[in-house]
Design a protein around this ligand. Structure first.
Ligand SMILES: NC(=O)c1ccc[n+]([C@@H]2O[C@H](COP(=O)([O-])OP(=O)(O)OC[C@H]3O[C@@H](n4cnc5c(N)ncnc54)[C@H](OP(=O)(O)O)[C@@H]3O)[C@@H](O)[C@H]2O)c1
Length: 258
């Protein structure tokens, strides 16, 4: 998939106005999930943002995720239908397996999602929180790479083997919690690079992640100021030495472990 360097993470957003503002200021990738309980909020915001900007539905990629109890073969289609209805869209652009847990069985879950795709309800099948072995199995079953892999990635948590796998098989990595849930400003190496560029630590974290092939980011933001700043952060160019300094941060903080 061709995803923009910065999309909008919506976990915790309960105001359609924030989503509408995001679309109006230029966001073209919205990320939600059934488990965030805000698909209707995202759908309402999307509709308002499209109307406000005189945009077409096809201008914005809408992604959502099947939770672990949506993954039995017979549960996939109804869950996808319900998500699309809550979002108010005819088709979901990117439907992820949220985690390979619960009712997930690659042999049955992935073909079931593919069938929903054949029906036109889902345009692309993605995976999230997969390990390399899970990714390899998914590729075997699907007969192609996933459309995207959404995984945690920020200066306190980086999994080079997942980036290597994505590069090898040619699919994008969607970096979630790229601001470490708002904690990037506590990291000295990030703050130092930010000072050198007269930028914020949040902008540096986004630029650092987006500089890694094949990574795009989905920071969550609610205010117009944060939304605009995060979108602009993709234009911030870091030197190789600055990227390396942040790469060297001791990583230990997985925000969303199993
Ligand atoms: N697949 C998965 O299992 C999974 C798991 C976790 C998250 N995700 C996705 O990833 C998205 C992002 O992750 P996240 O929500 O955990 O956290 P995040 O994007 O790393 O951080 C969000 C926090 O940073 C603040 N912030 C945003 N822009 C800022 C700026 N320019 N300056 C200062 N503070 C700023 C936000 O505050 P304000 O809201 O006040 O702007 C919010 O408190 C989620 O919304 C979700 O879509 C996926």
């Amino acid at each position: 998939m061709d995803l923009p360097p910065v999309g909008l993470g919506t976990m915790g957003i309960d105001d359609p106005g924030a989503v509408a503002t995001a679309v109006s200021v230029g966001y073209r990738h919205l990320d939600t999930a059934r488990i965030y309980d805000n698909e209707a909020v995202v759908g309402d915001g999307l509709a308002a943002g499209l109307a406000d900007g005189d945009l077409d539905r096809g201008d914005v990629t809408v992604a959502t995720k099947l939770w672990t109890d949506d993954l039995a073969a017979g549960a996939v289609a109804p869950a996808a239908r319900e998500s699309a209805d809550r979002l108010g869209v005819d088709a979901i652009d990117l439907l992820y397996v949220h985690r390979p847990r619960g009712d997930y069985d690659p042999e049955t879950t992935l073909p079931a999602i593919d069938r929903v795709g054949d029906d036109g309800l889902v345009r692309n099948v993605g995976v999230s929180n997969f390990e390399v072995a899970d990714l390899d199995r998914a590729i075997e079953v699907l007969g192609r790479p996933p459309a995207a892999h959404q995984t945690e990635l920020h200066p306190l948590f980086l999994r080079p083997e997942l980036l290597g796998h994505a590069r090898e098989h040619g699919y994008p990595v969607v970096a979630y919690s790229p601001l470490a849930g708002g904690r990037v400003r506590e990291i000295d190496a990030v703050a130092a690079v930010a000072e050198a560029h007269d930028a914020t630590p949040e902008a540096v974290a986004i630029a650092w992640a987006a500089a890694k092939e094949p990574v795009v980011t989905i920071p969550k933001a609610s205010s117009e100021a944060h939304l605009r700043a995060n979108l602009a952060a993709a234009d911030l160019e870091l030197t190789d030495a600055e990227v390396a300094a942040i790469d060297a941060v001791e990583r230990e903080e997985e925000l969303f472990p199993e």
